[in-house]
Design a protein around this ligand. Structure first.
Ligand SMILES: NC(=O)c1ccc[n+]([C@@H]2O[C@H](COP(=O)([O-])OP(=O)(O)OC[C@H]3O[C@@H](n4cnc5c(N)ncnc54)[C@H](OP(=O)(O)O)[C@@H]3O)[C@@H](O)[C@H]2O)c1
Length: 265
């Protein structure tokens, strides 16, 4: 048995057109899975499917889905399970962040981040989970962050840290409830990675420090045990492990492909 073989498995990657999600989609396809991606913007989904097909020679299906709208999630779960027969693997790689100092944090922004980053995961797990329960098998992989475990030094991340901490506990509770149905639920928490989500943050932080983005990244890397910043590629192996038979007896765990940050944080 190849512990990392996904042949015959069907995977849905929410946020699959994003920086991390697209790489996870590619890795799962290369491991043998049939892969679908979903997010809100059809244009980006189409472009991602074309790019993934060019890279792997495989077909990818896409679903326009706002994971923050329950009726939509329910409809997409129904459609995808009908199209594929069953979805075996669900990855929640959607996420947003907006930064304000805690003393000035607008509560509507806080609520929207909690909704997009936490409630959306409960909704996808709830609706895809129903079909996994019927099928008696499922692997759910949630993307959290090191910021669910350790706070940032400076201001800005009140909502994001709260949201990712909530994702961690949601993952454990879902593992507890879904385990008897043959479904594992785990998460992995990257450190900051060079994806579109972070480009503006790097520019802002570098400007604050009065240095170039390259210099800022170099300084950040120097503080990590592995002495370099994460690329999204660094997280793909962890995602594959959590989706593959290799992790079949692991549930309710949070893994950190973070260059060692949480070891010293
Ligand atoms: N980048 C980092 O440094 C970093 C570090 C730690 C953790 N993470 C986590 O890693 C995950 C992926 O981040 P990324 O860096 O790949 O970001 P990204 O490139 O911005 O991708 C995020 C994806 O999520 C989709 N999305 C956002 N809200 C959605 C919603 N309500 N419904 C459906 N799709 C939604 C976006 O597409 P649409 O906008 O078109 O819907 C986009 O495709 C997130 O959970 C993030 O918090 C990232």
């Amino acid at each position: 048995m190849n512990l990392f073989d996904l042949t015959g498995k069907n995977a849905m990657i929410i946020g699959g057109a994003g920086g991390l999600g697209k790489l996870v989609a590619k890795a799962f396809a290369e491991a043998g899975a049939n892969v679908a991606i979903a997010s809100r913007t059809e244009e980006k989904l189409k472009a991602a499917c074309d790019e993934l097909k060019a890279a792997t020679g495989k077909e990818f299906k896409y679903y326009v889905c706002d994971a923050g709208v329950e009726e939509t999630v329910e409809a997409v779960a129904k459609q995808a399970n009908a199209d594929f027969g069953h979805i075996d693997i669900l990855v929640n790689s959607q996420g947003v962040n907006k930064k304000f100092p805690a003393l000035e944090f607008p509560m509507d922004v806080f609520d929207s981040i909690m909704h997009d980053d936490v409630a959306s995961i409960l909704m996808t797990c709830k609706h895809f989970g129903k079909y996994m329960k019927e099928h008696g098998y499922g692997k759910i992989v949630n993307v959290t962050s090191v910021r669910g475990k350790i706070a940032t030094k400076g201001p800005g991340n009140a909502a994001y840290c709260a949201a990712k901490g909530a994702v961690d506990m949601l993952t454990k509770q879902l593992a507890s409830e879904f385990g008897p149905f043959g479904i594992t639920v785990n998460a992995f928490g990257p450190n900051i990675m060079k994806t579109p989500m972070m480009t503006k943050v790097f520019e802002m932080r570098a400007k604050e420090a009065g240095v170039t983005v390259e210099k800022y990244l170099e300084t950040q890397a120097a503080g990590l045990p592995l002495r370099r910043m994460s690329d999204p590629e660094d997280c793909v192996g962890t995602a594959l492990f959590l989706a593959a038979p290799a992790s079949d007896f692991l549930t309710g765990n949070i893994l950190y492909p973070d260059g060692g940050l949480t070891a010293i944080g």
